[in-house]
Structure formats: C-alpha cells, structure tokens
Design a protein around this ligand. Sequence first.
Ligand SMILES: Cc1cc2nc3c(=O)[nH]c(=O)nc-3n(C[C@H](O)[C@H](O)[C@H](O)COP(=O)(O)O)c2cc1C
Length: 365
Amino acid sequence: MRDLTPLIRPLLFRLSPERAHHLALLAFESGLAGALFGAAEPAPEELAQRLFGLDFPNPIGLAAGFDKDARVAGAMFRLGFGFVEVGTVTPRPQPGNEKPRLFRLDEDRALINRMGFNSGGLDRLLERLSDRRRGAPRSHASRGVIGVNLGQNRTSEDGVADYEEGVRRAAPLADFLVVNISSPNTPGLRDLQRRARLEALLGRLLAVRERCGVRPPLLVKIAPDLLPEERADIAAVALASGIDGLVIANTTLARPPSLKSREAGEAGGLSGRPLFRPSTELLAEMHRLTGGRLPLIGVGGVASGEDAYAKIRAGASLVELLTAFVFEGPALIPRILSDLARVLRRDGFRSVSEAVGTDAQAPLR
Ligand SMILES: Cc1cc2nc3c(=O)[nH]c(=O)nc-3n(C[C@H](O)[C@H](O)[C@H](O)COP(=O)(O)O)c2cc1C
C-alpha cells in the first residue's frame, strides 16, 4: 500500500472536519482513494479468529460513525480492516444536529462530535448491504464481516420500537448487530443503560431476533461515563440476558484537564488519544465483572499495534478505531496489523485469543 497521507492530509485538514470526511467518503466510494492507496497485503495468519461463529481475518475493525450509511465498507476491507461496523443507522432518515458539529483537536489527537445520528435511514443502508451480498454471495468471509449499529430517531415517541425495527430488518443482512445506547448526542438515550430499562430493552430485542429466522450476534455499545454501580448492573444484565457481547466504549462527555486544543470546550463526545486510558480501564473492568464469559470489542483511542495489544490484554477479543484513522490515514491499518502480530509473537502468544484478558487484573500498569 502506498502511504500518500503526508501529501493528502495537509489538503484535507485545511477543510472543515466534516467536509474533509465527506470528501474522503466520496473518494473511497468512487474507487479513487482505492486506486491511489492500493490494497493492503493479507493480514498475518495468526491474527485470524473465529468468534460468534464468524471468521474474522484480523481483529482490527472500523468503529461506527465513519461509514454511517454503509457506503464504503468494501473499500475499508481493501485497506486491511478485518471488519466494519456501519451506522449508527436510524429507522427513518434524519439530518442530525446543526453544523458545525465535528471538531478536530489536533494537538490532542482527538475529535469532538455532536453529529446527533445523521443518518440516511434503514432503507438505504439495507439496500446497499443487499447489493453487496448479491455481489459476493459465497460466505461472509469473502465479503468481509459487517456489523450494523442501530439507533433511534430523535423524534420517536417509542425509542425501543425503533431498535426493534432495526433488529427485525437488519438481522437478515448483518453479520452482527450493535445496539447503540451510549451516544451522548441524542437526549435521554444513555438512560437506556440503567438496569431496569436495559433488561426490558434487551428482552424485547432478543425476542424480536428469535422471530427473525436468522440469529446474528447482538452486542450492546456502552458509554465510558458510567458509575461503578452502573457498570456492575450492565455486566449482570448482559450475562443474564443472553446477549452476545459488549462494545466498550463510545465517546466521553469528560474533558480531561490535559486537553490543549482550543476546541476542547465544544459540546459533544470526545474520542481519540485522551479516551484510550479510561476506555481501556472500563474494558478491563467489564472483563472482570463478566468473568471473561462475554466477548468484548475494545474501542477508544487506539492508534498503534501496541494500543490494540493493550486492549486485547485488557479483555478485548476484537478492537475498533476511528479517530486515529482520521489522523493517520489508510497506511495505519497494515502498520497496526504487522505490529500487533509482532508483539503477540514477542510475548509468546500464538493467537489473539490466547492474549485476551491476560492483563485484565491490572491494565496499563
Ligand atoms: C465523528 C464520529 C462519529 C461517531 N458516530 C458514532 C455513531 O454513529 N455510533 C456509534 O456507536 N459511535 C459513534 N462514534 C464513536 C466511535 O464509534 C468510537 O466509539 C469512539 O470514537 C472511540 O473510538 P476512537 O477513539 O478510535 O475514535 C463516532 C465517533 C466519531 C469521532
């Protein structure tokens, strides 16, 4: 793969972050970016893993929010991502919050966003997934593993019904589903993480899935801003309900005092480097609280093979990233994969699964 990021980044970073993202999506969608960057080499074999009955060629995925409408998943697989989480998609299209709503904190290697679930809606997203499936019908491995991240419309009277609709309609086309109850940008959404509401929500969603005829794994994405008793409640409900895993974590409302950028005061969710430590500590805690019995996807501030390795040792079976991809560009992904394979080997692990949770008792010493 050619690393053209040093040439392209100065141009893109002169634009507003949202315009730069829009152009990047167009470049990937049209095939232009793919032609310029080329394809990644296949990932080292020891990074492959079977989880939830799905074959992941490697554990590094694109986090939700970059490809909200499933426009560029194919291009992301060619860059080396082992899986892609598309969405958050809401049942009906909605514009999201007023612009500006995305801020780059260059000195902090971070972003703040208050996009507010801008979404082309389920119809369009599912059409794209079904076109993709028709193009490569053999197995999910040949077309890449795609998770669909589900949300609710801002104006819905019954938000839970929106998630039910998402599960019912996306189940036949998604390799896995993620219930996003942790975006800080939809009022009241995070309250669904509270024990009684979470129990009710998951009960309803699993019942819907039972009636679908297909049974894609169902995961729940949680916030990093949880009190200790909320964390324990979520772990207990997750285990008792029979969901398949947790995605840890979404963006944070916290503003660490270390932030240097002018934009640090913007409202919204903070992602990137400052999120690495708190999200990894939460990941390790959830691994402990669930006794390692529930697969976890670790996300937040990953920007290197060592970071991905730290997530895995803290308890992640899979790792996702978004903000570092924005800053570093496509060449980051092959670099992470080869570095991750190297550090696993260095420490005597023959596979990702051997390393999962080995540091959960004392992460990031
Ligand atoms: C611009 C932007 C949009 C996002 N949109 C979503 C979203 O729609 N749904 C979601 O679950 N998470 C969303 N996220 C959160 C990411 O999926 C991820 O959890 C978070 O950014 C932490 O990972 P990172 O530090 O690697 O970016 C978004 C993040 C960013 C920066």
